[in-house]
Write a protein that binds this ligand. Structure first.
Ligand code: ATP
Ligand code: MG
Length: 201
């Protein structure tokens, strides 16, 4: 591997497989009801993500030196804030006007996810020269991607989305992922899984 090699990294919480299956099924039905026109070259405007790739991003680290991965993994393994049950909320277009993604919001009623986000950000920033994002953490799970340049021509064009299923889950681990970008869509390689404190402890 060359000396200047970098890796695209992020830290995420993985909802359980059955929650991912239900979210993906919701997105499939929602997508068929949208009536979006095909994009350039007849490509579908919306690319649904496979259930086993769905995740909730806690911190996006971007491109980091490969040599730093071990340090970042070490910092993450010190993070264990307990997170209580999370609730799937309303669908979201992100960002709203020129959306690139269809997501669902995730409610963190106990506040543990926000605390975990702050803990992971602090630990990784202290161990490396990564600078945490300044924007507010907004928990969501992305279910589909829209082509570049897509935009609603008017507010009226923005479709109503059907209600999301009422799903709940309790995270028990955080995962450091390496993201491999390709034309077919990113694939995510888990590098380290760090267990969280069990609920009720
Ligand atoms: P693609 O970019 O090909 O559509 P992707 O967005 O899934 O694929 P990455 O760009 O590597 O792949 O992102 C990995 C994860 O980090 C995704 O959950 C993505 O939404 C999130 N992410 C990417 N960029 C940022 C960012 N600037 N801020 C916050 N989260 C980000
Ligand atoms: Mg991306």
């Amino acid at each position: 591997m060359s000396r200047g090699a970098t890796a695209r990294l992020f830290v995420a919480v993985d909802p359980p497989a059955e929650v991912c299956e239900e979210l993906a099924a919701w997105a499939r039905v929602a997508a068929t009801g949208l009536g979006l026109r095909a994009g350039r070259g007849g490509r579908p405007p919306l690319r649904l993500l496979a259930p086993d790739t769905l995740h909730l991003t806690l911190c996006f680290l971007g491109s980091r030196p490969v040599a730093e991965i071990e340090t970042i993994a070490g910092a993450l393994s010190s993070c264990a804030t307990r997170v209580d049950e999370l609730r799937v909320g309303a669908p979201l277009w992100l960002p709203p006007r020129r959306p690139r993604a269809l997501a669902v919001e995730v409610h963190d009623d106990g506040g543990g996810l926000a605390t975990l986000h702050a803990e992971v950000s602090r630990a990784i920033a202290a161990a490396s020269d990564w600078e945490p994002e300044r924007r507010r953490f907004a928990a969501h799970v992305t279910l589909a991607r829209l082509g570049a340049g897509f935009r609603w021509r008017s507010r009226a064009e923005e479709p109503e989305l059907r209600a999301t299923p009422q799903l709940r889950f309790t995270p028990n681990a955080v995962v450091l992922y390496r993201s491999w970008l390709s034309r077919a869509g990113a694939s995510y390689e888990p590098l380290l899984t760090s267990e969280l404190q069990a609920p009720g402890r």
